[in-house]
Design a protein around this ligand. Structure first.
Ligand SMILES: Nc1ncnc2c1ncn2[C@@H]1O[C@H](COP(=O)(O)OP(=O)(O)OP(=O)(O)O)[C@@H](O)[C@H]1O
Ligand SMILES: [Mg+2]
Length: 365
């Protein structure tokens, strides 16, 4: 029995073919002629195995770096440094501009400083990775930009006050200090948002569940806006009875509601209505108990072609008053609770953001 299994195993191993490799593989002999060109290599280059075999590796797999230089000319595997045995991972361009992550090994004989007897090149599609990296670079430049403008103002006003203190009246100084204060708040807020974004992206967002009165949370958010100077009759809260006991993270629920209400006030218009209602029904395969909350306003609303974009990082409308992180964070917080969020046109015009949250259970259950 054992012997049979071992035979099976050996047979399976022996049957391995380079075509099973998920990455493209090209092997060239001591003269640089292609001897192996697997199926993934064909998929990535569009060149057939039969067309590749026997030809010079440089013709079969012409690679260019991002400045457009011929990569093989630059590295010269057969003629270059005799101590070199490999090329580490690198983004290069395949013919047609497709991006690939390429590694190469130079097999030498004798091992130390001998001639290259075999060149093994593996490559994989990197268009996705490349895009990710670019979006990271984009993120860095956006963040730098967002931090710079408030800091420029903080620096400008403090420097002016320090050098020309006696030339300003008390009122003028107060105005400048208020600006500095507000800009410092902006920086702090941005950094807090960025930390949330990074927690969401890395899956480190912690949900500390306890029983939360969602209706009271909505009331508190409204009271906060009124205390900050908004008129009380801009807000309406409608509640349907029968909410189950909700186990949620209270701070995060307030953050979600706060963000949506702030958007409704800042980007929307008219009366802002929050509706809280129980939810019982099927979501996918599962029976779900929980709450549905919607926040709608009577402003211009969000055009349907823009809807897929509003939850993205740093996407914001034309007025550009915020940083465009609010809704990305809201979506992350809702999803961390196992819920979902959607947006549509409110019945009375304006935008309606609606999220559903499962009732949840104590963490230790
Ligand atoms: N209620 C709304 N009515 C109309 N447009 C909205 C509404 N809510 C959001 N938007 C649009 O969606 C964009 C993204 O919203 P989001 O909350 O992510 O960013 P922000 O409010 O611009 O900045 P932040 O919330 O980070 O300060 C907004 O810039 C705005 O154009
Ligand atoms: Mg916002």
């Amino acid at each position: 029995m054992f012997g049979d299994e071992a035979d099976d195993h050996d047979a399976l191993v022996a049957a391995f073919s380079p075509d099973e490799l998920p990455d493209g593989l090209l092997v060239a002999d001591r003269d640089g002629r292609v001897v192996v060109f697997n199926r993934a290599a064909t998929r990535l280059t569009g060149i057939d195995e039969r067309a590749a075999l026997g030809r010079d590796f440089r013709d079969v797999l012409p690679l260019r770096d991002h400045d457009g230089h011929d990569w093989w000319k630059h590295t010269d595997p057969y003629g270059g440094l005799r101590t070199r045995t490999q090329q580490t991972e690198r983004f290069l361009q395949l013919p047609g501009g497709r991006e690939a992550l390429v590694t190469a090994r130079y097999v030498r004989q004798p091992k130390r400083c001998g001639d290259v007897v075999r060149l093994v090149v593996s490559f994989r599609d990197a268009s996705h990775r490349g895009r990710q990296e670019r979006s990271r670079a984009n993120l860095v430049s956006t963040v730098a930009h967002e931090l710079r403008s408030p800091l420029t103002s903080v620096k400008g006003f403090t420097a002016t006050l320090l050098t020309k203190w006696s030339r300003f009246t008390d009122d003028q100084k107060r105005v400048m200090l208020e600006t500095v204060n507000a800009d410092a708040d902006r920086v702090t807020r941005l950094i807090t948002e960025l930390l949330d974004v990074s927690r969401i992206e890395s899956g480190r967002l912690e949900v500390r569940r306890q029983v939360v009165d969602v209706i009271a949370a909505a009331r508190k958010v409204i009271a906060g806006r009124v205390a900050a100077g908004e008129s009380e009759d801009r807000f309406r809260l409608r509640v349907r009875d029968g909410l189950p006991e909700m186990w949620l993270d209270p701070d995060k629920i307030e953050q979600i509601l706060g963000n949506l209400v702030e958007n409704a006030v800042r980007h929307g218009g008219g009366t802002v209505t929050i509706v809280v209602e129980p939810l019982e029904g099927r979501v996918g395969d599962a029976q779900m108990y929980g709450a549905a909350v919607s926040v709608c306003d009577e402003g211009e609303g969000i055009p349907p072609e823009i809807v897929p974009r509003v939850f993205r990082q740093f996407w914001r409308g034309k007025r550009r008053s915020g940083t465009g992180l609010g809704l990305f964070i809201v979506k992350g917080l809702v999803e961390a609770h196992g819920g979902t969020i959607t947006v549509r046109r409110a019945p009375g015009g304006g935008a309606e953001f609606r999220f559903i949250l499962p009732a949840g259970a104590p963490d230790f259950a």
